[in-house]
Design a protein around this ligand. Structure first.
Ligand SMILES: *[C@@H]1O[C@H](CO)[C@@H](O)[C@H](O)[C@H]1NC(C)=O
Ligand SMILES: *[C@@H]1O[C@H](CO)[C@@H](O)[C@H](O)[C@H]1NC(C)=O
Ligand SMILES: *[C@@H]1O[C@H](CO)[C@@H](O)[C@H](O)[C@H]1NC(C)=O
Ligand SMILES: *[C@@H]1O[C@H](CO)[C@@H](O)[C@H](O)[C@H]1NC(C)=O
Ligand SMILES: *[C@@H]1O[C@H](CO)[C@@H](O)[C@H](O)[C@H]1NC(C)=O
Length: 398
């Protein structure tokens, strides 16, 4: 009897040890510090733009990704006039030896900003790029360094430059367009067979608990009736992360995987996730305009020789202008970036990183059987815990 109890207990603890192997120690604040300035070519923001780019490149290679820089020429609108600039997408590839249909996944975020005061460089899109870096770091840590997982399928991280769709009067094509049309399609050998889809992180920091801080227009109700009802039950607060998806099969699968992982730990949180799957037929209106300024639209609207060939892509967003910005914590004074970073906003971003990292690890990799010789930081705490339990049990049966 005693042996049986100990055996059961040991196997239970064994299971919890394996579960502890996913290292999810998200350090997003550290990353955010690098993205608190405006990052724009021209108007005195060029230095921080280039600095952000160098930092991303350095981080990607430090994590163990194979880094490529995709340069392209685009046109942007500055105070002076239209200006031709060279943009650089930073692409970090975690290459797998074999892929299968729908295997390859992309995660992307913009690192440049426009020059508007609201919502500022931290919200748009410092938060998204910091989350991209943390997701890449945690994924690589688990598949490459900790020995906890082995990678099965190619996973690509991309920091897009120049989202001209969010600049004023931007006539030039965006970094996302160049990535999809002049890099990804070639990488995929001009076929969408092996492509599983993309996650785009754009504005993921504005969680707003003020009643009626979320857009509740008739257009919104028509496009997202379920989200609309769920919002109404919650006082129309802007307290959710939106997952905007096209209704094709690959997108729906990727969406379900992310939603499942986001909700996995069932912790009580003061915010939630809303599924915002688009209807099959769309009519242009202000809601659609707002949800097509992010790089997801470059996947959705992809064409081969003039024929629409939409690629699956999911937008993870706080819905940007469809949600009110929180009041400035500094009144009329200029606010230092740190003042905006409340604990709740940090938790909001961390939940997205954990959901995304969990999705990638479970989808793109396989957990290896646990072995004591491979214990890392993540397992040392539970082992200590195990020892204590066994000591207690020993005393109990003495
Ligand atoms: C961008 O334009 C500059 C100046 O015309 C040129 O030197 C450079 O090679 C171009 N870059 C690309 C990637 O086409
Ligand atoms: C640790 O894991 C690696 C695989 O990542 C494996 O090759 C190695 O044999 C393991 N070491 C021990 C002591 O089990
Ligand atoms: C993933 O890789 C592991 C380890 O190499 C292998 O055992 C497993 O069969 C692979 N899974 C898939 C779905 O290919
Ligand atoms: C593209 O083709 C090359 C050469 O045949 C192959 O090695 C590579 O795996 C293919 N890439 C994808 C994404 O299928
Ligand atoms: C698109 O056009 C190029 C050259 O114009 C051609 O080589 C290619 O086969 C075409 N692709 C398709 C899918 O029709």
């Amino acid at each position: 009897m005693r042996r049986l109890v100990l055996g059961l207990l040991a196997s239970f603890l064994g299971v919890s040890l394996v579960a502890a192997d996913i290292d999810m120690d998200v350090k997003i604040v550290e990353k955010l510090q690098h993205f608190s300035e405006y990052r724009f070519p021209g108007n005195n923001h060029e230095d921080s733009w280039v600095k952000a780019r160098d930092y991303i490149e350095k981080e990607f290679s430090y994590y163990g990704l194979r880094v490529q820089k995709q340069t392209f020429n685009s046109t942007i609108w500055t105070i002076e006039d239209d200006q031709s600039v060279e943009g650089v997408n930073i692409i970090g590839v975690a290459q797998a030896t074999n892929n299968k249909p729908s295997a390859i996944v992309v995660v992307g975020a913009n690192y440049d900003t426009n020059t508007r005061e609201s919502p500022g460089p931290l919200f748009n899109n410092g938060a998204g790029i910091a989350a991209l870096l943390e997701t890449a770091r945690l994924f690589m840590h688990n598949v490459k360094w900790s020995g906890a997982f082995r990678q099965n399928f190619t996973t690509i991280f991309v920091a897009f430059d120049l989202n001209t769709k969010e600049h004023d009067n931007g006539p030039g094509k965006s970094g996302g367009w160049y990535f999809v049309n002049e890099w990804l399609w070639d990488y995929l050998n001009k076929s969408d067979t092996n492509f599983g889809g993309a996650f785009v992180l754009d504005s993921i920091m504005n969680v707003n608990q003020e009643p009626t801080s979320q857009d509740t227009s008739e257009n919104f109700r028509k496009i997202f009736p379920d989200t609309f009802n769920s919002m109404a039950k919650n006082g129309n607060k802007g307290n959710f992360i939106g997952v905007v998806t096209q209704p094709d099969e690959k997108s729906k699968k990727l969406r379900d995987q992310f939603v499942g992982n986001y909700r996995k730990d069932r912790r009580r949180r003061p915010f939630r996730l809303e599924d915002m799957t688009l209807p099959r037929v769309l009519h242009q209106n202000n809601i659609i305009s707002e949800l097509t300024t992010q790089e997801t639209v470059e996947f959705w609207s992809f064409q081969v020789n003039g024929t629409a060939t939409p690629l699956p892509a999911i937008l993870i967003t706080d819905t940007e202008k469809l949600r009110e910005m929180p009041e400035s914590p500094c009144g009329n004074r200029v606010c230092p970036p740190k003042a905006w970073l409340t604990e709740e906003r940090e938790d909001f971003m961390v939940a997205t990183v954990e959901g995304l990292t969990g999705t990638l690890l479970r989808r793109q990799a396989t957990r290896l059987p646990d072995s004591p010789g491979n214990s890392s930081d993540a397992t040392s705490l539970p082992s200590l815990f195990t020892t204590v339990i066994f000591l207690l049990i020993g005393r109990f049966y003495h």
